[in-house]
Design a protein around this ligand. Structure first.
Ligand SMILES: Cc1cc2nc3c(=O)[nH]c(=O)nc-3n(C[C@H](O)[C@H](O)[C@H](O)COP(=O)(O)OP(=O)(O)OC[C@H]3O[C@@H](n4cnc5c(N)ncnc54)[C@H](O)[C@@H]3O)c2cc1C
Length: 481
């Protein structure tokens, strides 16, 4: 019997699992897919927002500001790349200048005191590739960029290092509560828990409906993106936003922590049943091109290396829903965590522990809790002497598997065998980047597959690109099937 079952292995569920591992609780993190961070957490802008745009008084505003403050420490402890590069909301006319003044005032109400409204000269000096029609910008120095999936993975790994359990391939199909115990059923397994934390992203309404008449719905809102090759890395130095609209923060141009440039997203409301619709479309990508052209005409679309889409979990209530259910005791919803959910994740996790404590009473501290996640060696960032030393210690560092990103066999093997390790080709890409470069895995994909099969001791036909059903091989050529 578990004390707590967290449903959903996105950045929210994983952050909560880590916070709870500070206490002596028997916690399990449940995920329907064969890896964590495969939902919204793998496809977003990866910006840690300063937090000036959510309405003052909203949960989004409160947790964004607190989350932003926590990011440096959390990322240091978990060894996750995070760069506080600052953001600009650019104004192209006097109307936009009014909007950024409103954003500034709202930010001050939320307690953000380091913002500045800067003039066109200052913008041009720092961002020479923006179009000449910029008349000013709201500069927020506390905004940053992070790798959203690595943050989730690192949280899950550290939670497991500290005693939490992870159950993959467990799709919650129904939940029954009897005598204070939740029986959580998948297709072929049942687990029991005293408490449930519902962090199921776009499916949080469905999970809540298994135990109560949900008072909220979660609608998917799609965002599509282009990702540019590293040759474009000097295009902009800050996260560049356009003035926001009712549909969101608009289309951005921003560096990523891995030195790519991201362009997007769209904001497209989908039907309630389209919770798996992450297809990119000609129209959506065309819209991004059109909007980005307002910010800069310097994009070379020949340097696009991939396009992708993610789904915002748009709650019918308009704000994050983070509360113990008033219908079902010991069932906590962490639902509708749309943007700025990534920025808010550490603060949401901190708050959920408070809710757990209110419900369970005083929690006993885990005295052996270690907040530090073992550093991941990045071969391509070492000098020649360090590389030679490593290769001498472990010859697998001498085998470059991914040429675009210079990723070695040893890094892949480590990514497989850590707690919450990767078991799919994309899972390995998210952990140490083979396949994330210009050729997008054309060269290294088959080699990663071989290493996965060898290390997991399974047949190559069992190795999937991503979710179950995306296995790549069906057998040997010329072999009868
Ligand atoms: C286009 C876009 C841009 C964004 N940009 C930003 C940004 O720049 N900054 C920012 O702060 N936020 C941003 N966000 C928001 C941010 O990405 C999300 O708030 C965050 O990733 C939500 O994480 P999550 O864990 O709640 O959801 P998810 O990552 O979706 O995780 C939920 C998990 O639950 C699992 N699950 C669902 N049903 C079941 C079931 N029945 N059984 C078991 N498991 C189940 C899913 O498989 C999934 O892994 C953006 C979002 C989008 C879509």
């Amino acid at each position: 019997m578990y004390d707590i079952a967290i449903v959903g292995g996105g950045v929210i569920g994983c952050s909560i699992a880590r916070e709870l591992s500070r206490y002596n609780l028997n916690t399990v993190l449940i995920e329907k897919n064969n890896d964590i961070a495969t939902g919204t957490t793998k496809a977003n802008s990866a910006v840690v927002h300063a937090g000036y745009d959510a309405p003052a008084g909203s949960l989004k505003g409160k947790f964004n500001v607190r989350g932003n403050e926590m990011f440096s420490q959390v990322c240091n402890e978990l060894n996750v790349p995070f760069n506080r590069i600052g953001s600009y909301v650019i104004a192209n006319d006097e109307e936009d200048m009014k909007t950024i003044k409103d954003l500034y005032d709202n930010g001050v109400k939320l307690g953000i005191n380091d913002m500045e409204i800067i003039d066109a000269n200052e913008v041009r000096k720092n961002e020479p590739n923006l179009n000449k029609n910029v008349v000013g910008a709201l500069y927020a120095p506390s905004a940053g960029i992070v790798e959203s999936w690595e943050l989730a993975i690192a949280n899950a790994e550290n939670a497991m290092d500290n005693g939490a359990e992870l159950k993959l391939n467990f799709e919650v199909k129904n939940i029954i509560k009897n005598d204070g115990v939740f029986k959580i059923n998948s297709e072929n397994e049942v687990i029991e828990s005293k408490m449930i934390i519902n962090a199921a992203g776009v499916y949080a309404d469905k999970i809540y409906n298994m135990v109560a008449d949900s008072h909220f719905e979660i609608h998917p809102r799609k965002g599509q993106y282009f990702l540019l090759d590293k040759v474009e890395k000097d295009l902009v130095n800050h996260v560049i936003f356009q003035c926001p609209t009712k549909m969101g923060k608009g289309v951005l141009v921003a560096p990523t922590v891995d030195e790519n440039i991201i362009l997007g997203p769209t904001s497209e409301d989908l039907g309630i049943d389209e919770k798996e619709n992450v297809a990119t479309t000609f129209e959506g990508l065309g819209f991004i091109k059109e909007k980005v052209a307002i910010t800069t005409d310097k994009i070379n679309y020949r340097n696009v290396i991939t396009s992708f889409a993610g789904l915002r979990a748009e709650p019918s209530t308009g704000d994050f829903i983070i509360e113990e259910s008033d219908q079902v005791e010991k069932f906590i919803n962490v639902a509708g965590i749309k943007s700025p959910g990534l920025s808010s994740a550490p603060a949401i996790a901190e708050y959920v522990v408070e809710l757990v404590e209110n419900s369970f009473g005083n929690l006993e501290k885990n005295l052996s809790f270690n907040p530090i996640r073992r550093k991941r060696i990045k071969f391509n960032e070492l000098n020649d002497e360090e590389k030679a030393k490593l290769i001498k210690k472990d010859p697998q560092y001498g085998n470059i598997v991914c040429r675009c990103e210079t990723i070695t066999e040893a890094e892949i093997v480590d990514a497989i065998h850590r707690n919450a390790g990767g078991q799919t080709i994309n899972g390995i890409k998210r952990r140490c980047r083979p396949g994330a470069g210009r050729c997008q895995g054309g060269f290294c994909g088959p080699k990663v597959l071989e290493i996965l099969a060898r290390e997991l001791n399974v047949k190559p036909e069992k190795i999937a690109l991503e979710n179950i059903g995306s296995e790549i091989l069906i057998g040997r050529t010329k072999e009868k099937i």
